[in-house]
Design a binder for this molecule. Structure first.
Ligand code: ZN
Length: 113
């Protein structure tokens, strides 16, 4: 017996059951290879999304920093202008969240692989 993930609700189930005990989806038509392919596709899609989100956050952060620098008075002087600082804060939070998500996806993938 092996543990696989239900392709519908992604909970751990035995590969011997004919229907998922969590969501009642029938699994008879899916072979272990097909289940693995589904899980792999889902992982890649989510990882791609997380990667793009992290790049978006990084871009926001960099542009916010540049904006702060070139805004009058020049240099990273305090108090900072509002919009660039908002960009930096949102960008940094987005970057950290996206990276944490990627880390979590990787751990999940290794655990089920
Ligand atoms: Zn299920």
């Amino acid at each position: 017996m092996a543990l696989i993930r239900c392709p519908h609700c992604h909970k751990r189930i035995s590969n011997r059951v004919k229907a998922c005990p969590h969501c009642d989806e029938a699994l008879v038509e899916l072979s272990p290879e097909e289940l693995e392919r589904l899980a792999s596709r889902r992982y890649k899609r989510q990882r791609f999304l997380a990667l793009n989100l992290s790049y978006l956050g990084l871009t926001l952060l960099v542009f916010g920093a540049i904006w702060w620098y070139v805004a009058e008075p020049q240099g990273w002087v305090l108090p900072p202008p509002l919009i660039p600082v908002a960009m930096i804060v949102i960008g940094a939070a987005d970057y950290v969240a996206a990276r944490a998500w990627m880390l979590w996806l990787g751990i999940q993938r290794r655990r089920s692989g």
